[in-house]
Design a protein around this ligand. Structure first.
Ligand SMILES: Cc1ncc(C[n+]2csc(CCOP(=O)(O)OP(=O)(O)O)c2C)c(N)n1
Ligand SMILES: [Mg+2]
Length: 289
């Protein structure tokens, strides 16, 4: 059997230790399916992550991985892509990682358009730290950090991404692995920054948003003839934040030059492939003496 026929090549011998029923299992499966669909090999892919239940994912995918600091999955991914643009770079993490600690990085990633994919496991809580309200939690949400109900309004990650200049914005659901693997594959194929914001089930700390709750509310944008190249329409859909109707699909996409194509140093050849044998640093070092 050739390497590319081995459908188990992204599996690890260690098994994920997420809670039984956790939506991260669906995302994990969808990611591996997407990598198989794109006929990628393990050595061509790297996953970066922050801190959280979701951010443990690089441990359980047989690709390169870097489990970083809370809120810092995006600068890791950006740095890796700029150093070795031959790699397929995927950043992962939770909503706390993306939209609390890492919010500044998120806006800049959207506007810079470096060619990598960001998969956000959005469960509306800080799960690893046992369930504090996050920026995407519902107003009134009762948790250990908001015992009388959250006062703040949640925001829309998709709307912020579109407004910040992102060139590929999709929203998925952890319970629909088929749709999700397609969406992740499309995101990876997109040249530029791609956001896959996934509504993720957290059975332990956000139990009201369970499989039944989502099933009653989820619908596919494609069934409503959504035009994903129309930025204004996409923004309106993203801004709706209607708890009773939750759209999934590619909200918005457009073609735009990627950041690394405009950098003369790496335009033709990835930085890691540059010949540095002929570069002398003696003159530079002499300045320090
Ligand atoms: C700088 C820093 N601040 C806070 C923490 C504590 N902390 C660990 S995980 C986490 C939140 C995790 O929530 P999320 O990113 O949504 O991931 P989930 O566990 O829900 O998948 C926090 C606040 C930390 N590890 N580092
Ligand atoms: Mg979370």
């Amino acid at each position: 059997m050739s390497k590319s026929e081995d459908k188990t090549r992204f599996n690890t011998s260690a098994k994920p230790n997420w809670c039984p029923g956790c939506g991260n299992f669906g995302i994990h499966t969808a990611l591996k399916k997407a990598l198989l669909k794109l006929e990628l090999e393990p050595h061509q892919v790297i996953l970066t992550s922050g801190i959280g239940c979701s951010s443990k994912i690089p441990h359980w995918a047989n690709v390169y991985g870097l489990h970083g600091l809370h809120g810092r999955t995006l600068p890791l991914a950006a740095g890796i892509k700029l150093a070795n643009s031959d790699l397929t770079v995927i950043a992962e993490g939770g909503d706390g990682d993306a939209f609390s600690e890492g919010m500044g990085h998120f806006v800049h990633a959207c506007r810079r358009n470096i060619n990598f994919t960001y998969i956000v496991h959005n469960n509306g809580v800080f799960a690893l730290t046992t369930g504090q309200t996050s920026t995407t939690g519902k107003q009134g949400f009762i948790s250990s950090s908001t015992p009388s109900g959250s006062i703040e309004m949640p925001f829309s990650p998709a709307a912020l991404a579109i407004a910040s200049g992102a060139t590929f914005v999709a929203v998925g659901y952890s319970g629909d692995t088929m749709q999700l693997s397609d969406m992740i594959a499309k995101g990876i194929e997109h040249r530029g920054f791609s956001l896959i914001n996934i509504m993720q089930i957290c059975v332990s700390f956000n139990p009201k948003r369970n499989y039944k709750w989502y099933k009653e509310r989820i619908y596919k944008l494609e069934s409503e003839n959504h035009e994903s190249t129309d930025r204004e329409k996409a923004l309106n859909v993203a801004l709706a934040l209607n708890e009773d109707r939750l759209p999934t699909g590619v909200f918005y996409q457009r073609k735009q030059a990627v950041y690394e194509d405009s950098l003369p140093q790496i335009k033709e050849l990835p930085l890691v492939k540059h010949d540095i044998g002929s570069i002398g640093i003696d003159g530079l070092m002499a300045d320090f003496v």
